[in-house]
Write a protein that binds this ligand. Structure first.
Ligand code: PEP
Length: 255
């Protein structure tokens, strides 16, 4: 447990997944408006829309301090990779961060720790902050393997050279994503404590300064309890980030 971790500036990031069209700009406007001076004084907020909306959202969010991130990137800068998007393209569109290794990418696209690590490095190459996701499946938790699995993902997915500025870790138990189920606060504390220890062991003071987000069915009703857990430095929010009221209701845990 780190004394510094409690003082880190929290990040509340929304992962819109494959949701949103131009008409969703109204929701982004509402999020921007709700991210007022008081909240800006306390936390960072980010929306990661589908790639088709990154440029428009980044333009809209520019004056509101709200950051815009990508949900994924290819490891290469350019080339013959039909349908893929590079970190440089996300940066060019106005993104300042990219999610790497979300469990849906690991499951749907078979992304390995090596590939996730390469994507995080690609993000850095383009000047983006990488949000690296880790988390166990329900079967792995039931088998008592949570710390082993998450520890292995951490070791394999985070590149050397990670700093408190260029890396955020998101702990997202796969079984808690989109299910309405969450771990107990004791379970969250155990995993986040282990992540902090590993980050500090590997990256020293930089590891103490890295933010560790919790993700998985965070809602306005449970955010305050989850965000109060030791070494929880914010949230990665899926479904509840699509509606400004819900997303801002989660951020309100920090008011
Ligand atoms: C996510 O997929 O990053 C996530 C946390 O989803 P949800 O909040 O919908 O569980």
């Amino acid at each position: 447990m780190s004394s510094m971790a409690g003082t880190l500036r929290p990040l509340v990031a929304g992962n819109w997944k494959m949701n949103g069209t131009k008409s969703s700009g109204a929701e982004l406007e509402a999020i921007s408006a709700g991210y007022d001076d008081a909240l800006q004084g306390k936390i960072d907020m980010m929306v990661c829309p589908p790639a088709t909306l990154v440029m428009a959202f980044a333009a809209m969010a520019r004056d509101a301090a709200l950051a815009v991130g990508g949900q994924n990137c290819h490891a290469n800068e350019s080339g013959a990779h039909t349908g893929d998007i590079s970190a440089e393209m996300l940066a060019d569109a106005g993104a300042t961060a990219v999610i790497a290794g979300h469990s849906e990418r690991r499951a749907d696209h078979g992304e390995t720790d090596d590939q996730v690590r390469a994507k995080a490095e690609a993000g850095w190459r383009a000047g983006l902050m990488a949000i690296v996701c880790v988390g166990e499946t329900e079967a792995e938790r039931d088998a008592g393997k949570t710390l082993d699995i998450v520890g292995g993902q951490l070791a394999g997915s985070i590149p050397d050279g990670a700093t408190a500025q260029n890396l955020v870790v998101a702990y997202e138990p796969v079984w808690a994503i989109g299910t309405g189920r969450t771990p107990t606060t004791d379970d969250v504390a155990e995993v986040h404590g282990m992540i902090r220890e590993r980050l500090t062991a590997r990256f020293g003071g930089e590891g103490e300064g890295m933010r560790i987000l919790y993700g998985g069915s965070v809602k306005p009703g449970n955010a305050a309890e989850l965000m109060a857990v030791d070494n929880v430095n914010g949230a990665l929010v899926g479904g509840a980030s699509l509606k400004a009221d819900d997303f801002l209701g989660i951020a309100a845990a920090y008011r």
